[in-house]
Design a protein around this ligand. Sequence first.
Ligand SMILES: O=C(O)c1ccccc1NCC(=O)[C@H](O)[C@H](O)COP(=O)(O)O
Length: 206
Amino acid sequence: MVFVKVCGITSVSDARLAARAGADAIGLVFAESPRRVTLRRAREIAEYLIPDNVRLVGVFVNEAPDVVVNIAREVGLDLVQLHGDESPETVAYLKGRGLRVMKALRVRDEGSIARLDDYGADLFLLDAFSERARGGTGEPFDWSAAKGLSGRANIVVSGGLSAENVAEAIEFFRPYGVDASSGLEESPGVKDGEKVRRFVSAARGE
Ligand SMILES: O=C(O)c1ccccc1NCC(=O)[C@H](O)[C@H](O)COP(=O)(O)O
């Protein structure tokens, strides 16, 4: 069964919504974004989610590694997502401190994924490259540029996904997981319940 992450959760009510829809994980953005959460809000969300068995993913962009470690411990993150220009050394440092790491690669062309195996991350998130923002842009990338990664057990696909195209992405990549954010919103930072439910169902092939 494909792993389904709903990213850009900013409130306990949206976390609850994603959990009830059947998401495996929610993403909390600790970086410049309309979806950024404070540490206090992240702790509130984590407290709510403990009984629900939904994994917590912290999204960081070029954050100091020790800040990532501290936030991960304080919030109880299950996975840290590095969405900037972090190096393989940073991945190794965080793994050495007991964290599971997902490195995001923003795909512009085939060269964008050429160094993937150098990172040594537990998982890789494929996202669209955009000049506008680091993530959460709602833009798809050219899937054919990453076709060589299809069938790999450590790939999570994102970038402009919604109920309308997630089944096609799963068929194309046969990935470990899928992830979506802005396509599931009613406004920046606020999820639309129906869009979240339809996304999770479509990812599950329902
Ligand atoms: O979501 C954000 O605002 C964001 C900001 C800065 C770095 C990363 C961010 N999101 C990371 C994600 O995992 C998103 O789900 C991913 O970029 C896909 O977003 P979308 O195309 O909107 O579904």
